[in-house]
Design a protein around this ligand. Structure first.
Ligand SMILES: N[C@@H](CCC(=O)N[C@@H](CS)C(=O)NCC(=O)O)C(=O)O
Length: 204
């Protein structure tokens, strides 16, 4: 994939929110042009977009979804891995053990954001989530980022999990709490100083 090929991304939160955020950050970092299509979640997505995707033969009826060369791809982590491969493994470690570490980190980040979504959009009790669950996630991720000589999960080279974890850290309910976790602070600083992301992170 060259930098001039357009990816279309479809997601149900605006800007860099939720699961669209890691995909956008990775494409921004790589300097890849893409079109972001925001889909309104409560009416447009369930009543118009989902049925259309299914009718058109795309069985994965959740967002985010990307289109590339008139094909559709779903699943946040699979999309990140796929795009990294298209970018000549730019964000995938060469070492298989490290790749597994990056995958595990992404998988755990997906669990974390779903726990937050559950509190923010289903139980509507973010305070309770912050009191009962947040510390466990922050400690877990600080530990994950302490293992390799960072600032990134796999060491000094960024990989796709780092975009995902950064987006989860920047959720309003999380960001003021990361200051006590040195490895998470180091990750945030590293992401924020990447040349192609400096303007983007101001929007988060
Ligand atoms: N495993 C999927 C989960 C995607 C997901 O749950 N997306 C939500 C929006 S954040 C959605 O489309 N929900 C609609 C539904 O479950 O019907 C991924 O990682 O992309």
């Amino acid at each position: 994939m060259t930098d001039s090929i357009a990816v279309s991304l479809y997601y149900i939160l605006p800007e860099y929110g939720g699961l669209g955020g890691p995909i956008r950050l990775m494409l921004d970092d790589a300097g890849v042009f893409y079109v972001f299509n925001y889909i309104e979640y409560y009416e447009e997505f369930p009543n118009k977009v989902k049925p259309r995707w299914i009718e058109e033969g795309h069985p994965f009826d959740c967002a985010p979804m990307i289109e590339l060369y008139e094909k559709r791809y779903s699943g946040t982590q699979p999309i990140l891995r796929f795009l990294s491969k298209k970018l000549n493994n730019k964000y995938t470690p060469d070492d298989l053990d490290l790749e597994q570490y990056v995958d595990a980190t992404t998988d755990y980040a997906a669990d974390w954001i779903q726990a937050y979504f559950n509190a923010a959009y289903r139980t509507l009790n973010v305070k309770e989530y912050q009191q009962n669950d947040l510390k466990r996630y922050l400690e877990r991720f600080d530990r994950i980022y302490s293992v390799h000589e960072g600032p990134y999960a796999a060491g000094q080279k960024i990989s796709y999990c780092d975009f995902f974890v950064y987006i989860v850290l920047m959720v309003d309910a999380h960001k003021e709490y990361i200051k006590d976790y040195p490895y998470l602070v180091a990750l945030a600083k590293a992401i924020e100083s990447r040349p192609n992301l400096q303007n983007v992170v101001k929007q988060l």
